[in-house]
Design a protein around this ligand. Structure first.
Ligand code: GMT
Length: 384
C-alpha cells in the first residue's frame, strides 16, 4: 500500500510513534511518504520504501502567522496526485486532521478519492483540544475522518467526553521496537555519571508544565537525602530554567546532570535504575514504555493512560499527581530492596513486551485495509 504519514517531526511522542510506524511499515514492503516541515528526528538514514516530502513555509511579510495548514493541505494534494497514494494517516489532530480534510475535498473535486485516518495522541485532545476555540474544528475533523484511533482507552474516553463526536474510536496503543532496544550497557558508560553504589534516577521529557519536572527534582531530593543518588534530566523546554533554579535552591546541582535534548535517549535510560514520570496529564507515556522496555521500572503519576502502561506494584508504582512523598517513598523502597528492584526490572520488560510492535503493527494494517476497501466501495457505488 502507498501511505502518506503526516506528523510533527520534532522530539514529541506523536512524531516518534508516527516515524517508527512508517519505518516498520516500509520494512514490510509498504511505500511510506512522510509529509512534514522538517526531516523527522527519528527517521535516521534513508532506506528502501521511505520518502520524505518537505512542506515549505512561506515567509511573505504580510503573514504575521504562517499559513502552515494551507501549505500542508496543498502538499498533501500534490503528493497524493503525483505518488498515487492509497491512504493518508495523520498523527495529532491539530492542524493535521483539518488539513487532511481540506486535501480530501480538493482531491475529490479532481475525481481522486482518498481516505484519511486520524490518530489522536493526547495534548491535541487533553490540553489544546479542550480550549473551546478549537472545539468546532476538532469535532468536525474527527467526525469527517474515515477512521479515528486513540493511543489509550483513557484518551478515547477524554475525546468522547470533551468533543461532540459520533464516530467509532479504535484504541491502538503506542509500541516499542523490541529488536532495536539495546538491553545492555557498559559499566564504563554508567561510571561517567555515578559511582557503582549510587542509584541513577532518570527523567526524559519536553520540559513542559504538564510534565511537572519540578516534582522530579523534589522526588530526587528526598531520595538523595536517604540514599546518595544521581539524577539524569534529559530533554529541554520551557520549564528548564525553573528546574535548574530549584536544583540550586535545594542544593542538589552537583548530583543532577541536565543533559538537554539528545537523539539517543535510550543510551541514558538504560544505565538508570528508575524512571520518573510524575506528569499532570499523560495520554499514554511513551517515555515510560521506552524505559520499561530496557528494564527500568517507572515511578509515575496515575493520570490519563499511564495506568494502562505502567502496572502498579509490577513494572513500577503509581501515585496521585503531586504526591511527592508517595513517589519518593516508592523509589526509596525499590532502591533499598535490591532483590525487589531486580524483580521489578524483569517485570518492567515483561510489561513492555505487551506493546511490542509485532502485536501493534497488524492492528494498523488491518485498519488500513478496511478503510481503503470501504472507501473504494463507496466511490464505486457513486460512479455506477
Ligand atoms: O505533549 C507531549 O508530551 C507531546 C505529545 C506529542 O504529541 O508528541 O505527547 C502525547 O503523545 C504521546 C505519543 O502518543 C504520548 O505518549 C504522550 O503521553 C502524550 N502527551 C500527553 O498526553 C501530555
Amino acid at each position: 500500500m502507498k501511505i502518506g504519514i503526516v506528523l510533527y517531526p520534532t522530539y514529541g511522542g506523536s512524531g516518534v510513534v508516527a516515524t517508527e510506524l512508517g519505518k516498520a511499515l516500509a520494512a514490510k514492503g509498504h511505500q511510506i511518504h512522510f509529509i512534514t516541515y522538517s526531516q523527522p528526528v527519528r527517521l535516521g538514514s534513508f532506506r528502501e520504501n521511505i520518502f520524505y516530502h518537505e512542506v515549505s513555509i512561506s515567509n511573505y511579510p504580510l503573514f504575521e502567522h504562517q499559513p502552515y495548514e494551507t501549505e500542508l493541505a496543498s502538499k498533501m494534494v500534490d503528493v497524493v496526485n503525483f505518488e498515487k497514494l492509497d491512504l493518508l494517516h495523520v498523527h495529532y489532530a491539530i492542524p493535521h486532521a483539518s488539513a487532511a480534510y481540506m486535501a480530501q475535498q480538493i482531491l475529490a473535486a479532481q475525481g481522486v478519492h482518498i481516505p484519511f485516518i486520524t490518530t489522536l495522541h493526547g495534548t491535541d485532545i487533553t490540553l489544546v483540544g479542550k480550549d473551546k476555540s478549537f472545539e468546532p474544528v476538532i469535532s468536525f475533523c474527527i467526525n469527517k475522518s474515515n477512521a479515528v484511533t486513540a493511543v489509550s482507552e483513557s484518551l478515547k474516553n477524554d475525546t468522547l467526553t470533551h468533543f461532540n463526536t459520533f464516530v467509532d474510536i479504535e484504541v491502538i496503543p503506542n509500541f516499542i521496537i523490541n529488536d532495536l532496544q539495546p538491553n545492555y550497557y557498559s559499566d564504563l558508560e554508567r561510571r561517567k555519571y555515578a559511582n557503582d553504589d549510587e542509584p541513577i534516577l532518570c527523567h526524559v521529557s519536553n520540559f513542559r508544565k504538564v510534565k511537572r519536572v519540578e516534582d522530579v527534582v523534589r522526588i530526587f531530593h528526598k531520595v538523595n537525602e536517604k540514599i546518595p543518588s544521581r539524577l539524569l534530566l534529559v530533554g529541554d523546554g520551557p520549564e528548564r530554567y525553573n528546574v535548574e533554579r530549584l536544583c540550586r535552591e535545594l542544593g542538589t546541582c552537583n548530583r543532577v546532570v541536565t543533559v538537554g535534548k539528545i537523539r539517543d535517549t535510550a543510551s541514558l535510560i538504560k544505565i538508570s535504575d528508575l524512571f520518573l514520570l510524575p506528569s499532570e496529564s499523560e495520554s499514554f507515556g511513551l517515555a515510560a514504555l521506552e524505559a520499561m522496555s530496557v528494564g527500568v521500572p517507572v515511578i509515575s503519576s496515575n493520570t490519563g493512560g499511564l495506568p494502562e502502561v505502567n502496572k502498579h506494584n509490577f513494572s513500577g508504582f503509581l501515585s496521585e499527581v503531586g504526591d511527592i512523598d508517595d513517589m519518593s517513598n516508592n523509589a526509596i523502597h525499590l532502591i533499598q530492596n535490591k532483590d525487589l528492584l531486580e524483580q521489578f526490572k524483569k517485570q518492567a520488560k515483561e510489561q513492555a513486551l505487551r506493546f511490542d510492535i509485532k502485536k501493534v503493527l497488524p492492528l494498523y494494517e488491518n485498519l488500513y485495509n478496511k478503510v481503503v476497501f470501504e472507501h473504494s466501495e463507496v466511490h464505486k457505488k457513486e460512479e455506477v
